[in-house]
Design a protein around this ligand. Structure first.
Ligand SMILES: Cc1ncc(COP(=O)(O)O)c(C=O)c1O
Length: 375
């Protein structure tokens, strides 16, 4: 997918403070429609909201019939439920005070079904006790580790089936299926990605058979992220839910790495030249407070107009580019950039400027950029 960005109207360029985070509304809507097309029907989607963290985008999903959502923090769960989601998966194991917060979510939004992941008996029992005491029911998905090794339990771990089966006997909890997140599957070639998913899936099915033989059921599998989205979408098991997040806004990390994905960058950073400190050098107001710094230095942002520029110094408020094109730019000139990793970039801004036909028409809050809204 092309990494080009729409341009901004000169009036907008004159007024918009920088650094700024902007969303091109038509691009965003195209990405949502493309996601529904890939999924084939809205009910198969459970998109992850961590990419944008904006209640306005959840509302756009709900208007399109996508009512199941995934979240990584309690604040994101609250945002989804308050924006009309009726089924929210907290794709994180509740521990410590998050156990009480999870229960509080269920009490505050009785019209929304909440599910959490688990991979350990101890917090599971604590959640059960808290939910039962509060008179609420929380769904539980077993977090199945198929190779990413970030969280979860591998299908072959002794006791994996028994852990999920335990949920059946715990008050306040109900079995909701398996989460199968495979963020390690990053093959550029779609066929290779499909093969990798096809190879890991029998391990998941074997675990399902094991829990079924104990008398438990697996009503849903919450599968994958953006790279494996087309792979799971092509599978016919009706229990499969599709959980891409990044595709909503897209970024250059994925866009440049997975050319098969039918999504284009809908979010961009607006930055200005603040200095030309030497020949071939230009300094932008796009420091590491303005774009996610988890990709390696030198590869945190992509400039469609300067794809070859070397990103040299990157400090809190400055990004120095080294490029022979520097001489074409003067202090005050504006550049548009695509973040390499959009999800943590969203968390750096209070609000996003929404652009229609090159002009800012409204601002949306980045509702759950902080860890707490009210709960
Ligand atoms: C558990 C989980 N599910 C789904 C996603 C969405 O993946 P992607 O960003 O590739 O769309 C993520 C992203 O980090 C995740 O952690």
């Amino acid at each position: 997918m092309s990494m080009t960005l729409p341009s901004l109207h000169p009036d907008t360029l004159a007024q918009l403070n920088s650094p700024a985070y902007v969303i091109f509304r038509d691009r965003l809507l195209q990405n949502l429609d493309s996601m529904i097309r890939v999924a084939k029907q809205p009910s198969r989607l459970r998109p992850h909201c961590k990419t944008h963290k904006m209640d306005r985008i959840i509302r756009l999903w709900v208007e399109r019939g996508v009512t199941k959502h995934k979240a990584a923090t309690i604040a994101e769960c609250e945002m989804c439920a308050a924006a009309g989601a009726t089924d929210v998966l907290f794709a994180y194991n509740p521990v410590g005070p998050n156990i009480a917060r999870m229960v509080a979510l269920a009490k505050t939004f009785p019209g929304c079904r909440f599910t959490a992941t688990t991979d350990h008996e101890q917090p599971l029992r604590a959640l059960s006790a808290a939910a039962a005491a509060a008179g609420v029911t929380i769904g539980i998905m077993l977090d199945v580790n198929v190779g990413m090794d970030r969280t979860g339990i591998t299908p072959e771990t002794p006791g994996a089936a028994e852990l999920y089966h335990l949920v059946k006997s715990l008050p306040g909890l109900v079995q909701a299926g398996f989460q199968v997140y495979d963020g390690h599957q990053r093959q550029t070639d779609l066929m290779e990605r499909r093969v990798a998913v096809a190879e890991q899936w029998p391990r998941v099915l074997k675990l399902r058979s094991a829990v079924e033989s104990l008398g438990s059921s697996v009503p849903a599998f919450a599968c994958g992220g953006t790279p494996t989205f087309p792979c799971y979408a092509a599978m016919s098991d009706p229990a499969i839910e599709l959980c891409p997040g990044t595709s909503v806004l897209s970024d250059s990390g994925y866009g440049n790495h997975f050319p098969d994905l039918p999504f284009s960058p809908a979010a961009a950073l607006v930055t200005r030249v603040v200095s030309r400190p030497g020949p071939n050098r230009m300094t932008l107001d796009l420091g590491n407070k303005a774009v996610a710094a988890d990709p390696p230095k030198g590869a945190r942002v992509f400039f469609p107009d300067l794809p070859e520029a070397v990103q040299d110094i990157h400090s809190e408020e400055h990004l120095v580019l080294v490029t022979p094109d520097a001489q074409r730019y003067q202090p005050g000139d504006v550049l548009l950039a695509v973040p390499v990793h959009v999800c943590p970039t969203s968390a750096l801004y209070d609000r996003v400027a929404v652009v229609d036909d090159g002009r800012v028409t409204e601002y949306w809050d980045v509702t759950s950029r902080n860890r707490r809204i009210t709960i």
